[in-house]
Each structure stands twice: as structure tokens, then as C-alpha cells.
Ligand binder design. Structure first.
Ligand code: PMP
Length: 434
């Protein structure tokens, strides 16, 4: 029998669709790509678990799309928010907690000499790009196909047909004037970047990349790729921006850039640094940051930026990460999932590939290596949709897209991993029955 979400979820979602487009406040939450709505409507999160409005429990690998590296409602983070909320929720003035968080980020992210807070990752990337354009006096942004850098106009541009062709809109409402200054290239292909920069490098303000891609599924850089990217970018007189909205503090206490030994000129940050409350930030080289208003002529602002509660939640999260250093344990649990899922899939003759970095991995429903968007797209959408539903039925909550990661958090234990593997075994068995 086909799995159905609970009655209360259905009822809530029906109410949602009347007043919210598609019933969701971000399209990534919809179940349209995995066999259709309604999605599950959640009531609460506890550690590695979700509970929906019907009282059903799930082991959570969504981690709210990345921020919840400590799992849901970590007691230290919750207490820090409670302790601070009586002081007020927003002041519109400088305040100690945002300054402490800025100091913490600067102390732990290599190459982050100054930082400015925003409220979202979208704004962080958008502002870092404006800053690169301000600093270089050039218009063009080079980014990579299949990457997601938030929903600012310029970031909703997909690849054109060749190395130096500009892209096309990925969304209605993005004007040509924006599209013409954005180039999307295949990731992990240094020759195409070299060719592009050789042709139009003098117009390029920045090259923007996730150092470990999280948004076409997990896709790590090939050996030497980021180093060469940095050299070519600097040779062209452009700035290198790493979007570490997902990756910062996900793999160790700091940036993915330092793990990989390639430090960018600017970073965009978000997710984990807000501890589950709204936060983003951009920053990097001191000389570049001097262009930011009120010091310099690059304007960027935010009523909610540096929000005290977000700062407190971010600080508490980073404190726990630094003190408990859960990264190795998280990676070990993810490795157990990876190895066993591969084995189970093989047992049931289901071709898959898994890309894993530390505690984050993606199961692609195809057997070839995945190193860019073209290869990521080969993951079978129909199989993924079935697998997603089979896992949901067995109490495992995965992101409802074949291009997202499974995130293991510090709250997961061997017990959840074993239950997840049982669910995987049954789900792959079902898949193999056609
Ligand atoms: N950059 C990356 C790499 C992201 O994954 C995301 C969000 N998924 C963003 C930027 C945008 O962040 P936000 O949703 O907070 O605007």
C-alpha cells in the first residue's frame, strides 16, 4: 500500500496552500520532486529526531538543510537563547553578542580578517559579489553550474552552451541586464575556467565557488582544482569568493578552505553560524572589507543583521563544537552509513554512487562517478523519489531532492545509524522488486 502522510499533516498543508504559494516558504521543502505533495508537517525536533503533527517520529538527516550540526534543540543553545531573550530581541545598535560572534569567526576562519553580518546566506553571497565588483571595478561573476548561492537575481543564472557564452535565466523575473554579467561553468574542469579567464579575465570581478559543493549533492573538488582556480583567478586580477554557507564548521571547527589548504579573498557564511536562527555573513581580506559602507562606497545594510538572538545561538553552537569536537565521531557514523548503504545496494543489485565528505554525503542513483552537475543529474529521479518515500514510511526523513545531502549531526548515535540501515535494507529490497 502506498504511504500517505498523516491526516493532520494533510489538513495543515491544505490550510497552507490557501495562504502560502505551494504551501511552503521555500520550494526545497515541497515534495513535488519526490512523488508529490503533501509534505510532512513537523511539530517539533528533538536531538536527531523529528516529530510530525500526527505524532509520527523520524530520524532526521535534513538538519534544516545544514544549520543543525548539533541536532534539534541542543540544550546549551536553547538555554543561551532563553537567557538572552528577556533583554529584548533587537536593538538596531551595536551590541556585545554580535561583536563576540564576529571575533569568534575571525579567530577560527583562516583569511577572515573582518566580517559583516547579514540575515541570510542569500544576502551574504549577494553582498560579497557586490564587494568584489566594487573592489575590482569589473562587472562579471564566474560561478559553477548546479551550484546554489541563494536567490539573488544574478545567482539564478544557469549555464550557457559554452565556455564564454553567458547563461540563461533559471527563474522568471531575472532581467537580461543581470544575466549578461554572469557566467556559469562546469565544476571541476580547470581547462574551461582557464579558457574563459584567458578570453574575458579582464572583465571578471570574482570567481565564486563552494569549495566542497553541497548543492548538486556532495561533490568534492578534484585534487589541485581549487589551488589552480585561485591562481587563475588572481592572474586575471579577480577575487576568489568561497561560498561556505554550508561548509564552514561542518567538517571541522573552521572553514573548508583551511581543510583544503586554499584560502579565498572573501567568504560567504551562513547556516551553522546562526545556530538555527537567521544569520549570514561575508568577509575576508582587510583591504577589501575597507570598501564596505560606512568606511567605503560599497553599500550594504540590514535591520535584522547581527540579530542578538542569532548571535547568541551561533556563539552557543560554536562553543559546543569547539569544546566537544564532535567532527570525527560524526564522520565515523557517516562512514558506517556510506559503507553499509553501498553494500546493501549491491546486494539488491541497485546501482548507486555515494559521495561523502566527513559527516555529509549524497546517495546518487547511478553507478558512475559524480564530479559535476552533468554527472549529478544522471541520478535517477524516479528511483530517488521511490526511495525517499520508502524511507519516510520507515521513519527516516531525507531531504526531498536527489541533489541534497544527508547530514549526520552530533546528536546522532550508533542506534539511529543502525535503525537507518535497517530501513535502507528494506527500502532497497522494495526497490529491487520493481
Ligand atoms: N549558499 C549556499 C551554498 C547555500 O547552500 C544556501 C542555502 N541552501 C545559500 C547560499 C542561501 O542561503 P539562505 O537560504 O540562508 O539564503
Amino acid at each position: 500500500m502506498a504511504y500517505e502522510v498523516g491526516e493532520k499533516s494533510q489538513a495543515w498543508f491544505e490550510r497552507a496552500t490557501r495562504v502560502i504559494p505551494g504551501g511552503v516558504n521555500s520550494p526545497a521543502r515541497s515534495f513535488r520532486a519526490v512523488g508529490g505533495d503533501p509534505p510532512v508537517v513537523m511539530a517539533r525536533g528533538m536531538g536527531p529526531y523529528f516529530e510530525d503533527v500526527d505524532g509520527r517520529r523520524y530520524i532526521d538527516y535534513l538538519a534544516a538543510f545544514g544549520p543543525l550540526v548539533l541536532g534539534h534543540a541542543n540544550s546549551h543553545v536553547v538555554q543561551a537563547i532563553k537567557d538572552h531573550v528577556d533583554e529584548g530581541t533587537l536593538w538596531g545598535t551595536p551590541a556585545p553578542k554580535e561583536i563576540e560572534l564576529a571575533e569568534t569567526l575571525v579567530a577560527s576562519i583562516e583569511g577572515l580578517e573582518q566580517v559583516r553580518f547579514t540575515s541570510t546566506g542569500t544576502e551574504a553571497v549577494m553582498s560579497a559579489i557586490r564587494l568584489a565588483r566594487a573592489f575590482t571595478g569589473r562587472p562579471v561573476v564566474v560561478k559553477f553550474e548546479g551550484a546554489y548561492h541563494g536567490h539573488s537575481d544574478g545567482m539564478l543564472v544557469k549555464a550557457g552552451s559554452g565556455a564564454s557564452t553567458v547563461g540563461t535565466q533559471d527563474s522568471l523575473g531575472v532581467p537580461w541586464g543581470v544575466v549578461k554579467d554572469v557566467i556559469s561553468l562546469p565544476y571541476n574542469d580547470i581547462a574551461i575556467l582557464e579558457e574563459t579567464l584567458a578570453k574575458i579575465g579582464d572583465q571578471v570581478a570574482c570567481v565564486l565557488a563552494e569549495p566542497i559543493v553541497g548543492n548538486m549533492g556532495i561533490v568534492p573538488p578534484k585534487d589541485g582544482y581549487l589551488q589552480q582556480m585561485k591562481e587563475l583567478t588572481h592572474k586575471a586580477g579577480a577575487l576568489l569568493i568561497f561560498d561556505e554557507v554550508i561548509t564552514a564548521y561542518r567538517f571541522h571547527y573552521g572553514s573548508a578552505a583551511s581543510l583544503l589548504g586554499v584560502i579565498p579573498d572573501l567568504y560567504a557564511l551562513g547556516k551553522i553560524i546562526g545556530g538555527g536562527l537567521p544569520a549570514g555573513a561575508y568577509g575576508g581580506r582587510y583591504d577589501v572589507m575597507q570598501y564596505v559602507s560606512p568606511l567605503g562606497g560599497m553599500f550594504q545594510a540590514g535591520t535584522l543583521a547581527g540579530n542578538p538572538l542569532s548571535s547568541v545561538a551561533g556563539l552557543a553552537t560554536l562553543e559546543v563544537l569547539q569544546r566537544e569536537d564532535p567532527y570525527q565521531r560524526m564522520a565515523e557514523l557517516a562512514k558506517i552509513l556510506e559503507e553499509n548503504i553501498l553494500e546493501i545496494a549491491q546486494e539488491f543489485d541497485q546501482p548507486i554512487t555515494i559521495n561523502r565528505v566527513g559527516s555529509a554525503f549524497t546517495v546518487f542513483f547511478q553507478e558512475n562517478p559524480v564530479y559535476d552537475y552533468t554527472t549529478a543529474k544522471m541520478s535517477d529521479p524516479v528511483k530517488f523519489a521511490r526511495f525517499h518515500r520508502l524511507m519516510l514510511e520507515r521513519g527516516i526523513y531525507l531531504a526531498p531532492s536527489r541533489f541534497e545531502a544527508w547530514f549526520v549531526s552530533a546528536a546522532h548515535t550508533r542506534q539511529e545509524i543502525d535503525k537507518t540501515l535497517e530501513a535502507c535494507r528494506e527500502s532497497f529490497r522494495e526497490l529491487s522488486r520493481g
